[in-house]
Design a protein around this ligand. Structure first.
Ligand SMILES: Nc1ncnc2c1ncn2[C@@H]1O[C@H](COP(=O)(O)OP(=O)(O)O)[C@@H](O)[C@H]1O
Ligand SMILES: [Mg+2]
Length: 324
């Protein structure tokens, strides 16, 4: 049996993702060795790893070097980021990891830049003719005589829905734009929100797009979701990821489908999203496809082959740390 050594950085609460890599390895008759990093031992997913590393905060100058040490000493085959925190650093330092034969599920630094600055995301989308809500600086919105309300405020570097507000009039806009750091103003889109999990293989080909409806959100992450194989969403999302050149790995695209069926893209996260267990359960076995390519097998992937309508309801679970 061949070993496969997988390192998850900033592993936090990604228990389900870890388990799906475990299951995929077992299916492929590989012996998985899972390594996790976090800044604290009080991390649920870390407890389920075969090996744990407590590392510096991502802002520390030694963080990339620490990860590279782990990759070298533990002979890591695959490095999987799980949060936005270290994407930029991993993208800038792929050579550090690849010199030891490790594959990294990360996009190019310029792609990460576009995704992590919502002003640049808007520019990219509009320059490439993808529909997206009009986006401007607060001063520009306030200077507009015909500014349409409601509008939506959010930080250009935000995450997990923090610091967002729907604004009904000019006074509210003026007040809230001052309170929200790095605020941008967006056309408010009323509609049904979707997230797409997009699989890009190691040859940078988009192989599968799975749209899921966001039914309920808790702390910025989906808590109830449903697979919805909407053809136009799938083809436009595929085109978007191809144009951006994101990947390899899973790229998470958020959009709102308005009443007139316009597909308004709002966010691109170039990593596994929190709701990805739903797509995996529906048959888009990203972990299996990734591991297959790592061991030199060609994964059989049918674009759009997943269980339509499948619903995921999430709940809290516990992990225990025994006293020493
Ligand atoms: N233009 C918009 N119109 C209506 N709702 C929006 C708009 N932009 C964002 N939202 C809502 O705010 C949430 C967070 O926005 P998003 O752009 O995904 O930023 P982040 O997830 O990084 O905080 C979205 O999931 C969506 O529900
Ligand atoms: Mg989002």
């Amino acid at each position: 049996m061949k070993n496969i050594i997988i390192l998850f950085s900033c592993i936090g609460r990604r228990v389900s993702l870890l388990k799906s890599f475990h299951a995929a390895a077992a299916q492929l008759k590989l012996r998985p060795h899972i390594i996790g990093t976090d800044i604290t031992n009080l991390s649920a997913a870390l407890q389920l790893c075969d090996k744990r590393h407590i590392v510096h905060h991502v802002g520390h100058a030694d963080y990339p070097g620490q990860l590279a040490d782990i990759v070298e000493k533990d002979r890591v085959d695959l490095l999987v980021p799980t949060t936005d925190l270290d994407l930029k650093l991993l993208a800038q330092n792929t050579d550090l990891f690849e010199q030891f034969g490790c594959r990294v599920l990360i996009s190019r630094p310029d792609v990460i830049d576009i995704c992590q600055d919502k002003r640049k995301t808007f520019q990219f989308l509009s320059q490439n003719a993808f529909d997206t809500p009009a986006t401007m600086a607060p001063a520009e919105a306030l200077a507009k005589r015909d500014m349409a309300f409601p509008c939506f405020l959010k930080p250009w570097d935000g995450h997990a829905g923090r610091g967002t507000a729907k604004v009904e009039n000019r006074q509210e806009l003026e007040m809230l734009a001052r309170r929200i750091p790095n605020c941008i103003v967006q056309e408010f889109v009323d509609g049904v929100e979707f997230t797409c999990d997009v699989f890009v293989d190691f040859d940078m080909k988009v192989r599968c797009v799975v749209p899921r409806k966001r039914i309920e959100i808790r702390d910025g992450e989906v808590s109830k979701g449903q697979i919805a194989g909407h053809e136009a969403i799938m083809s436009q999302t595929q085109a978007l990821v191809e144009t951006l050149g994101a990947g390899p790995g899973v790229v998470t695209i958020q959009l709102i489908l308005d009443a007139a069926e316009n597909i308004k893209f709002i966010e691109i996260n170039p990593r596994f999203g929190g709701g990805v267990p739903l797509s995996i359960k529906a048959g888009a076995d990203f972990p299996k496809w990734i591991l297959q390519q790592i061991v030199g097998e060609e994964p059989k992937i049918e674009f759009g082959n997943f269980k339509d309508g499948l619903i995921m309801l999430r709940y809290d679970d516990e992990v225990w740390i025994d006293p020493q």
